[in-house]
Design a protein around this ligand. Sequence first.
Ligand code: ADP
Ligand code: MG
Length: 147
Amino acid sequence: MKQQITTSSPEETEAAGEAVGRALCPGTVVALYGDLGAGKTAFVRGLARGLGSMDRVTSPTFTIVNEYQGDIPLFHFDMYRLGGPDELFDIGWEDYLDRQGVCAVEWSEKVTEIFDGCETVVRIQPLSETDRLITIEGGEACADIGL
Ligand code: ADP
Ligand code: MG
């Protein structure tokens, strides 16, 4: 099943992320696709809220992964500067998968081989300066987010 929503502000994109976050189960991988400035980090900020975290999500560009504690922990990856999938396994990708959190991955384009097909896929496409088309496919998030 596929859901689509158009947002007109970062706040609306965050709200979409929050709705998805509320529907996710521990162990879910959320693969985000979209160019620089599309709104991936804005979406993940909402995702964190939906998972019960009070922390403000910032871009993990220089660290590859940031952790946020909530009702379900969030592991927020940004693959932009990653050399390749090997480097990701070195920092313990599989351990993160085992930790029963949600793994949200920005720049999934860089590491498509790490996904097993069970991930929730979120594509964010700019339509204008402020409008974004968000497409959500796969995983239990599609069932009842009511977007
Ligand atoms: P990414 O992580 O994909 O590089 P960010 O979330 O860091 O993107 O930044 C998105 C940028 O686009 C921000 O400057 C934000 O203010 C702007 N923006 C404008 N409209 C939207 C929208 N509808 N949704 C998300 N971001 C938007
Ligand atoms: Mg980002």
